[in-house]
Design a protein around this ligand. Structure first.
Ligand code: ADP
Length: 343
């Protein structure tokens, strides 16, 4: 922008000097034609030069004040004293420049806000991770110390303590695996491989592997019958992770009744759902359960080996399929999680 001003100044000077030369030529020609005296020619020249000097100095003053106002604005941006782009005001002759500076200011401000948010997000995430890691590590330490201090020889508690320590190591393992997944997803390093595959065969396989967990809790785990030729489009391995998380949650948070999995065709899409007859989720919590580490009942979740990251991972993977995971739930009646996939 300073260059623009210099250019303006140069073209002003050029204009004035060419004007001066043309006027002088005209004056000399007219002095021959109309036979002006030398004194008259000198007076004319003097007047011409004087007016040009006055005009030049006025232009110079104007440009200097424009430059000063630009310098002031740059300094204010540098020391962060503008609260909003509206605070940036230049002289009326510099409206285009004012718009440009405003849009640059907004762009930089947005980038700074984004960076600040990322920093806050990173600090929160680290805080959560340390907290989540500390709890099981302290618990394992506690059990081992108690065993070493004598409980090892007490047949009434030794196995119970070992079992509890083992549960915490399982939880740690889940947590670390989920942390690796979420950091891969959020840093955009998760590779997706999309293809068509048979929905029935896929869900049958997932349910087969998880049935033992339902059986342990006396729950039914069923695949609701549907057209067995339906081909869904997606990353099979990642969708397996989605279904695992949703079905395992349904089993974890259901005390009696059943967990049902199914597919409903809707034009060029299918709705994939997992529904249970479990504890349900309160309205206040529904919007938050997809946040990292959010649990309705922290102790209950941890007791069952939950990392609090399962639904955040589900959300990311489903979104990577161009879809959205949704939930409808009623307290003490049950929940349904569902999303769409292309067929
Ligand atoms: P967690 O590892 O704690 O299960 P998730 O991210 O998978 O973490 O789920 C977050 C929270 O959402 C859970 O702690 C639980 O409170 C709630 N939730 C998830 N699925 C269900 C469900 N099927 N029924 C009731 N509550 C659920």
């Amino acid at each position: 922008m300073i260059n623009d001003l210099k250019l303006n100044l140069k073209s002003g000077l050029l204009f004035l000097s060419s004007k001066l030369i043309v006027s002088l030529i005209l004056l000399i020609l007219s002095s021959f034609l109309f036979q002006f005296s030398l004194i008259q020619v000198i007076i004319f020249c003097g007047v011409l030069i004087l007016t040009d000097i006055v005009i030049l100095s006025l232009i110079g003053q104007k440009r200097r004040s424009e430059l000063d106002s630009i310098k002031k604005i740059i300094e204010n941006i540098r020391i962060n004293s503008f609260k909003s782009a509206d605070d940036i005001k230049m002289e009326s002759s510099l409206l285009d420049l004012e718009q440009e500076v405003k849009s640059m200011f907004l762009k930089t401000n947005n980038a700074i806000t984004h960076l600040k948010k990322l920093e806050q997000y990173r600090t929160e995430f680290l805080g959560n991770v340390s907290h989540e890691l500390r709890t099981p590590i302290f618990a394992i330490q506690g059990y081992i110390e108690t065993l070493l201090e004598g409980a090892l020889n007490d047949d009434k508690v030794n196995k119970v303590f070992l079992q509890k320590a083992n549960n915490h190591t399982l939880y740690l393992n889940n947590l670390v695996n989920d942390l690796i997944d979420i950091s891969m997803i959020e840093s955009g390093k998760m590779q997706m491989s999309f293809r068509y595959f048979n929905a029935h065969e896929f869900l049958d396989g997932v349910i087969f592997e998880l049935r033992q967990h339902a059986v342990k809790k006396n729950l039914e785990l069923n695949l609701i019958p549907f057209e067995n030729t339906i081909q869904i489009f997606g990353d099979r391995q990642r969708l397996r992770q989605v279904m695992n998380n949703l079905i395992m949650n349904a089993i974890k948070y259901t005390e009696s009744g059943s967990v049902e999995v199914g597919v409903i065709q809707k034009g060029k899409y299918v709705k994939v759902f997992v529904r249970d007859t479990g504890i349900g989720i309160a309205e206040n919590d529904i919007n938050r359960i997809f946040e990292r580490f959010y649990r309705v009942d922290r102790d209950r979740s941890r007791e069952m080996g939950g990392s609090g990251l399962g639904l955040a991972i589900v959300k990311h993977i489903v979104e990577a399929h161009g879809s959205k995971v949704e939930v409808s739930s009623q307290l003490k009646k049950g929940s349904e999680f569902y999303f769409s996939l292309k067929i």
